[in-house]
Write a protein that binds this ligand. Structure first.
Ligand SMILES: [Zn+2]
Ligand SMILES: [Zn+2]
Length: 305
C-alpha cells in the first residue's frame, strides 16, 4: 500500500530519467541541471547509458547520480533498459553481451541504487519477462520520449498484468530527455519526502511513496474500507483500476456516466475537481488514474494490494 498521501512530508517534483553529453544527450551535465532547475523541478536523476554522471546539486535542485543499463529479459534477443537511481559505484562497461535482468538488478541493489525498468512497451517486453525478477522495484508507467517518438510510452497494461498476477510493482513517469526543451518537462514523479536529501528521495522510490504525472495534480486522497475520495486539479476522468472486470470511474461531460462513483465538485468548465469512488467488490488491488481534457494523466501506485 502506498502511503504517499498520509503522514509527514512535502512533495518533491522529480525528473528521474535524463541523458547528457556523457551518453547520447544534447546538453552537458551542468546545463541539464540548470535546465531542470529553471523548469521548476526539485530533483534530477541523471541516467546516462553505462556512465554514472555525478553533478553537483544547486540551491534549489537536488541532483542524484544514476545510470541506465542494458539487460536481457527472457532471452538474449530481448534488450531491457534498467534505471539505476542513486548508485554509489560506477558500472563496468559490458564486454560481449549483456547480463540477465536479475543479475543487473542485483548489481544495482548492491551498489546502493534503486532499480526501475524503463519503457517496457517501447522495448517490446511482456510482463512475464520481468515480473519474477527479485529486487526489481518497479517500471516506468509512462516514458514521454518513447511516446513523442513512436507512440509507445504508456506501459500501464504491462504494469497491470504484473500486479494482477500477484507481483507488486511501483511505477514512475519520466521524460527520458535527450534534447531538453523538445523532450523535457512532459512527465515526472511527485515524491513524498520528509527532507530534501538523496536518501529521502531514494527511500520514497523504494517504498512507493510517490505518484506519477504528465499533468494532473492530486491535492488530497483519502482511503477507507468502502471508497477512495480524491481532490485534484481539473480533470476529465478519475478511474479506480482494480483488475479484470473490476473498477469504478467518474467522467466529466454532458452525462457524466458515473460508474460506482460520485462527483463531489467541479470547476466552472465542468471538469472534475473532487470525486468519491467505491472500492470495487473483490478487487485485490486498486490504483487511481486521472486524465485531463488533453489526455495528460496522473497515476498513483496501488493504494492497497
Ligand atoms: Zn532506454
Ligand atoms: Zn534513456
Amino acid at each position: 500500500m502506498s502511503s504517499a498521501f498520509e503522514g509527514e512530508g512535502e512533495w518533491l517534483k522529480c525528473a528521474l530519467h535524463a541523458h547528457t553529453t556523457n551518453s547520447d544527450g544534447e546538453l552537458a551535465p551542468k546545463l541539464l541541471v540548470r535546465h531542470y532547475e529553471w523548469a521548476g523541478f526539485d530533483v534530477l536523476a541523471i541516467t546516462d547509458h553505462w556512465v554514472r554522471t555525478v553533478e553537483e546539486s544547486t540551491g534549489r535542485l537536488l541532483v542524484i547520480p544514476g545510470t541506465e543499463l542494458n539487460a536481457t529479459a527472457g532471452g538474449p534477443e530481448h534488450d531491457a533498459h534498467v534505471l539505476a537511481l542513486g548508485i554509489e559505484t560506477d558500472p563496468e562497461p559490458p564486454g560481449g553481451g549483456f547480463a540477465p535482468l536479475a543479475e543487473v538488478v542485483r548489481w544495482i541493489g548492491a551498489a546502493g541504487g534503486v532499480p526501475y525498468l524503463a519503457h517496457t512497451y517501447w522495448s517490446g517486453l511482456r510482463a512475464d519477462q520481468f515480473e519474477d525478477c527479485e529486487g526489481l522495484v518497479g517500471i516506468e508507467v509512462y516514458n514521454a520520449g518513447c511516446e513523442l517518438e513512436i507512440g509507445r510510452g504508456d506501459a500501464s497494461l504491462q504494469w497491470d498484468e504484473a500486479i494482477e498476477r500477484g507481483r507488486m510493482l511501483y511505477a514512475i513517469a519520466t521524460d527520458d530527455s535527450h534534447h531538453p526543451g523538445y523532450d523535457s518537462g512532459f512527465a515526472w514523479v511527485w515524491a513524498r519526502c520528509t527532507d530534501r536529501t538523496q536518501a529521502a528521495v531514494l527511500n520514497a522510490l523504494r517504498d512507493g511513496r510517490f505518484y506519477s504525472s504528465s499533468g494532473p495534480e492530486i491535492l488530497e486522497l483519502d482511503l477507507d474500507e468502502q471508497a477512495v475520495t480524491v481532490r485534484c486539479s481539473p480533470v476529465a476522468s478519475v478511474t479506480l483500476i482494480g483488475g479484470p472486470r473490476r473498477g469504478s470511474r467518474a467522467n466529466a461531460g454532458r452525462l457524466g456516466y458515473p460508474q460506482g462513483a460520485e462527483i463531489l465538485d467541479r470547476d466552472s468548465s465542468g471538469a472534475l475537481t473532487a470525486v468519491r469512488l467505491e472500492r470495487p467488490w473483490g478487487a485485490r488491488y486498486g490504483r487511481l488514474e486521472l486524465a485531463d481534457t488533453v489526455g495528460r494523466k496522473a497515476w498513483t501506485n496501488p493504494l492497497w494490494g
